[in-house]
Design a protein around this ligand. Structure first.
Ligand code: SAM
Ligand code: DTB
Ligand code: SF4
Length: 327
């Protein structure tokens, strides 16, 4: 239970464009009385964005399963016995067909994911054609292929990639509980390469992994202190998949999820904050509160990578109810 002071005084708000966020400051934001936190986030959202517009990204898994990494949340890891069947890399034509469908459904961005630690050069070469052809359809392009080696981000950029997604996933202090096959520092290094190549950065994390509120504050502070801040910040609510070590994690209360969205919006006022994985398990009213608290992007399409997402019709209906329009 959170205790709200009997006589509530509005705590001093850090400037919305503050660059250096301490974990204490973000934790204090997360601990504001719920209505105050949502109100402040909504206020800041309106300073930088049209609150009736929402960015729609469609995901496709171009290479599924069999990943050598041991991320404790992920159904695609070789280390966990999950219902996901390994699939070889999709062909360029298959990816382009999926992108055409995404565009027809109204998506603005197409995000290609692969279950790799990082791309081998031969694999990367195949993805460059996908990027080129998806870009030619008039969609924004995004890729999430894991750790990048020198030169790979530049090749993606030259092929027409707009965004690279690479998540910090959790707070530095919590990280070693979740992933053992690569370090936090490796992730920061890849993010640096992505930036250096001139790509836009999509970087966020996952909540609902038995972390504390302070851990959530630690993740948001890390993201907000990236310089420049990521253009796009996916906030995933863990999708619990049988066979993964986190299949039985205690579920985050919906209010705590909304608080996380609101704090991300306040700490990163100019970023698109994406209400990401976990929406299928979330009721419409909670999603609406997330949008009020500053979320202005979603994954749109019947599937995420290997798990389900609300279907397109359900999302179109929700957007119509909330008078939200696709960007
Ligand atoms: N293999 C690459 C990597 O890990 O960087 C790219 C694909 S990986 C599946 C992309 C992101 O999906 C992860 O960083 C994580 O944030 C998210 N993710 C994976 N499994 C998830 C789950 N069960 N629930 C929520 N998010 C998940
Ligand atoms: C992100 O932050 N979330 C997406 C995307 N980036 C690649 C992935 C969510 C995956 C959820 C589990 C699955 O479908 O396999
Ligand atoms: Fe592999 Fe990415 Fe899943 Fe980790 S999150 S196991 S790197 S696919």
């Amino acid at each position: 239970m959170h205790t709200v002071p009997m006589e509530f005084k509005r705590p001093a708000a850090p400037h919305p464009e503050q660059a250096n966020w301490s974990v204490d400051e973000v934790e204090a934001l997360l601990g504001l009385p719920f209505m105050e936190l949502v109100f402040r986030a909504a206020e800041i959202h309106r300073q930088f964005f049209d609150p009736t517009k929402i960015q729609l990204s469609t995901l496709v898994s171009i290479k599924t399963g069999g990943c050598p990494e041991d991320c404790g949340y992920c159904p695609q890891s070789l280390h966990h016995d999950t219902p996901v069947a390994d699939q070889p890399m999709m062909t360029v034509d298959e990816v382009v067909a999926a992108a055409r469908q995404a565009k027809a459904n109204g998506a603005g961005r197409f995000c290609m994911g692969a279950a790799w630690r990082g791309p081998k050069d031969a694999d990367l070469a195949k993805t460059l054609d996908m990027v080129r052809e998806v870009k030619a359809l008039g969609l924004e392009t995004c890729a999430t292929f894991g750790l990048l080696r020198d030169g790979q981000a530049e090749q993606l950029k030259d092929a027409g990639l707009d965004y690279y997604n690479h998540n910090l996933d959790t707070a530095p202090d919590k990280y070693a509980d979740i992933i053992h096959t690569r370090e936090y520092e490796d992730r920061l290094e890849t993010l640096g390469k992505v930036r250096k190549a001139g790509l836009s950065v999509c970087c966020g994390g996952i909540v609902g992994m038995n972390e504390t509120r302070r851990d959530r504050a630690g993740l948001i502070a890390q993201l907000a202190n990236l310089d420049p801040q990521p253009e796009s910040v996916p906030v995933n609510n863990l999708v619990q998949v049988v066979g993964t070590p986190l299949a039985d994690a205690s579920r985050l209360d919906w209010t705590e999820f909304v608080r996380t969205i609101a704090a991300a919006r306040i700490a990163m006022p100019k970023s698109y904050v994406r209400l990401s994985a976990g929406r299928r398990e979330m009721d419409e009213a909670t999603q609406a509160l997330c949008f009020l608290a500053g979320a202005n992007s979603i994954f749109y399409g019947d599937k995420l990578l290997t798990t389900g997402n609300p279907d397109v019709l359900a999302d179109q209906t929700l957007m119509a109810k909330l008078d939200l329009r696709a960007l």
